[in-house]
Design a protein around this ligand. Structure first.
Ligand code: PMV
Length: 344
């Protein structure tokens, strides 16, 4: 088979990956935990053909910039797959996201997971889940976690072969809901690759390093036990710890000194504050955020409607008609499909 198509979902980090031990191989400082988001996805078709003179990347239905850099990253990733298969064929990659890039859904995670799965199948490689996760990780760290199904842990490891993701629990183990509130469709200004490098500039970095092993043990246990309150408190504290690191990662941007990286907007803060009040009023809901302003409200299936109504009411009362909501459940990992994309 020289053509294959794969579907992969972005994942939402519960325990965050922020800071690398090895930037070339994307080996992280710490173990991280995430859930695949079933309502959003990337579909990617890869075709290798002796008639192609160069790699070509066609992105369907996606706005925004950064294309040249994206194409380079894809081509570099195809090189990894080609060297694995001993092939020199060039490829056409056609890809489509069901969500805007750079807005809090990790498009690089679903993108590199789908590219790895489709590209390796198109080259006739028969890779294990672990090998697919390792290869995806080299394209974008968090992509390693979009390979297995459900709620997933990425073991940091200490070498390329030992740094991969595996399933923690299957998608139907726990009826967790993510109500993602997209507050802005603008692309983020600081990429996560830049952010990872700046994390150690924060004076609170040593505090994080010390806290990480305990966080991992408590969060994995809470997931296994389906203990929502313990899980929720860990989740929200973790999001705040990562954003504290981000907001205190002082750095130079050309000639300009910046005191930190700010992914939040005023709308993000409004939701963070509202969550505190909703909980005080008895609603079991917690938030997390990745590297963007999108707020992910986590609750159990039984509270889904109440959370969606609370967000809609807040949007209406505060004149924020532009918010858009996506409801996600734990999703599958990357998989192949026969429905190939066609370039238009
Ligand atoms: O995989 P990257 O380099 O895009 O980094 C992802 C970073 C966060 O989304 C903020 C955290 C995470 O664990 O996914």
């Amino acid at each position: 088979m020289s053509k294959a198509t794969a579907i992969a979902h972005p994942n939402l980090a519960f325990l965050k990956y922020w800071g690398k031990r090895d930037s070339t191989l994307n080996i992280p400082i710490n173990n991280s935990i995430s859930m695949n988001l079933d309502a959003v996805q990337t579909v990617t078709t890869v075709e290798f053909n002796a008639a192609f003179a160069n790699d070509e990347v066609v992105v369907l239905e996606q706005g925004g910039g950064g294309r040249a850099r994206f194409d380079q990253r894809v081509s570099k990733h195809l090189d990894r797959l080609r060297s694995r298969a001993g092939s020199s064929l060039r490829a056409r990659v056609i890809t489509r996201n069901s969500f805007p890039a750079g807005t809090g859904f990790a498009s690089s995670a679903s993108g590199f997971a789908a590219l790895t799965m489709a590209g390796s199948a198109a080259l006739g490689l028969d890779l294990s889940e672990r090998e697919l996760s390792i290869l995806s990780r080299m394209g974008s760290g968090s992509a390693s976690r979009s390979i297995p199904d459900g709620i997933v842990e990425w073991l940091a490891g200490d070498s390329s072969d030992t740094s991969y993701a595996r399933q923690l629990v299957p998608p139907d183990y726990w009826q967790l809901i993510d109500v993602a509130v997209l507050v802005s469709a603008e692309e983020k200004k600081v990429s996560s690759s830049e952010g990872h490098e700046l994390a150690m500039n924060s004076p609170f970095w040593p505090v994080r390093l010390e806290a990480l092993p305990g966080k991992y043990v408590r969060m994995s246990q809470a997931i296994h036990d389906r203990d929502f309150i313990t899980f929720g408190r860990e989740l929200e504290s973790e999001a705040m710890m990562m954003h504290t690191i981000m907001m205190t990662s002082a750095h130079m941007d050309g000639d300009a000194w910046r005191s930190g990286i700010y992914y939040w907007t005023g709308d993000t803060l409004a939701l963070v504050q509202a969550v505190q009040e909703w909980r005080a009023a008895g609603l079991q809901v917690y938030f997390t955020l990745d590297a963007g302003p999108t707020v992910h409200l986590i609750c159990l299936e039984t509270d889904r409607e109440a959370v969606v109504s609370a967000v809609n009411m807040l949007a209406e009362q505060s004149g924020r008609a532009h918010w858009s909501l996506t409801v996600n459940r734990p999703g599958l990992g990357a998989r192949l499909t026969d429905a190939h994309l066609e370039a238009r």
